[in-house]
Design a binder for this molecule. Structure first.
Ligand SMILES: [Zn+2]
Ligand SMILES: [Zn+2]
Length: 379
């Protein structure tokens, strides 16, 4: 009975709604959107290089494809069987290595303490009863020292304006004795502080949180067009200036990076159970005493922030198969048709990209933000 009532009130967890949504789009277009949600520099920085990571609610697999190209052991989980089937077909046809499985993020098929990473982007806000059950499941599957990267939409300045407008409209309607239509539940918007509280409630230790994607708030304000985000416009300049600054709390996304803290934890760099809890007072990730001496550990010190290395590039032309010399191994190479230059400022060949020391350096120093609109399948 409760189930039926929930179905009627909420479409946020309706499998058909999502299968239909993804049916209109392609993985290629999703990958090419690059930084449409302004989260890539966060994920690229904190995604574990050792052990297995899952993306819970992977949609069309943008990040699963991308991070698989980076040599990261990642599996995409989604509850829509048609979407999973389509992704598996698409990857074979385009010859990409990536793993996709049907699964329920409230009841994952992974043992306790088995994963080094859990990514979930724009998923947990779709539960009408709140995100607690999904977060408890994330905590269960993560191993000690495992990293969770979780985002939801935030109350951007534009969403705030919309909410106030709707409220005022409904008050006017009520005073005029008109009927106020209650909409079906689709999602919640959590500000960074609110999302942080939910995450902490699950037992995870927050190491970073904030908002992201100021640019998208201007895109929303322009009715999802490029009206306010073209290069040189106020929205474009404002977003680039404040993306990592004090005004970033009005961005369109909330993002958190958290750790399953424990007395002994798996080290972020070497993947061995040699890191202790004290390391989390100095680093954003668990680091063992040997790995503290690594060059890459400097990026993960408490005062180091994930950020882009350049201003946004809006709607750049698609660059297929360009020849270049790899900045790391010096060999002649050709860029991937779909991943282009992988969204980094430095030229990197697909073999070098898979080396953790290299992809950590790129992810911390050379993430070039790219903004492209979503393309419909038959557009
Ligand atoms: Zn280590
Ligand atoms: Zn190379």
């Amino acid at each position: 009975m409760t189930g039926n009532i929930r179905m009627a009130e909420s479409i946020g967890q309706d499998e058909n709604v999502w299968s239909d949504e993804w049916d209109q789009l392609t993985p290629e277009s999703e990958i090419r959107m690059w930084d449409f949600y302004g989260l890539r520099h966060w994920i690229a920085k904190f995604i574990p290089r050792k052990g297995k990571t899952i993306e819970a609610g992977c949609g069309l697999g943008r990040y699963v494809f991308y991070f698989s190209e980076m040599g990261i052991n990642i599996e995409g989980v989604d509850f829509s069987q048609p979407t999973i089937d389509y992704l598996n077909e698409w990857k074979l046809k385009n010859r990409y290595d990536a793993v996709f499985k049907k699964g329920n993020i409230l009841n994952l098929e992974y043992p306790d303490n088995s994963l080094s990473g859990y990514i979930s982007l724009g998923v947990i806000e779709h539960f009408i009863e709140g995100p607690q059950n999904a977060l408890a499941e994330a905590y269960r599957v993560l191993r000690p020292g495992g990293i969770a990267i979780i985002s939801t939409p935030s109350v951007s300045f534009y969403i705030l304006y919309q909410k106030i407008r709707k409220k005022v409209k409904n008050i006017v309607k009520r005073t005029l004795f008109r009927k106020v239509i209650t909409e079906k539940f689709y999602q919640y918007w959590y500000r960074p502080g609110k999302l942080k509280k939910f995450i902490e409630g699950s037992g995870l230790h927050i190491t970073r949180y904030g908002s992201a994607d100021l640019l998208f708030a201007f895109c929303e304000a322009g009715n999802y067009t490029e009206k306010y985000i073209k290069e040189g416009t106020f929205g474009y300049k404002f977003s680039n200036k404040h993306e990592n600054g004090i005004l970033n709390f009005i961005g369109a996304q909330s993002i958190t990076v958290s750790v399953k803290a424990a007395e002994k934890m798996f080290c972020f760099f070497c993947g061995e159970l040699k890191s202790n809890q004290e390391s989390l007072s100095r680093f954003d990730v668990p680091v063992c005493s040997e790995c503290e001496c690594r060059d890459e550990s400097k990026y993960y010190k408490k005062d180091s922030v994930a950020r882009y290395c350049a201003p946004y590039i809006i709607n750049p032309p698609v660059k297929k198969g360009e020849k270049f010399i790899c900045n790391f191994c010096g060999k002649d190479s050709e860029s991937s048709d779909i991943f282009e230059d992988y969204g980094f400022e430095k030229k990197v060949c697909s073999a070098c990209l898979k080396i953790p020391e290299i992809n950590i350096k790129l992810s911390n120093e050379s993430v070039k933000p790219v903004w492209r609109k979503r393309m419909e399948r038959n557009a």
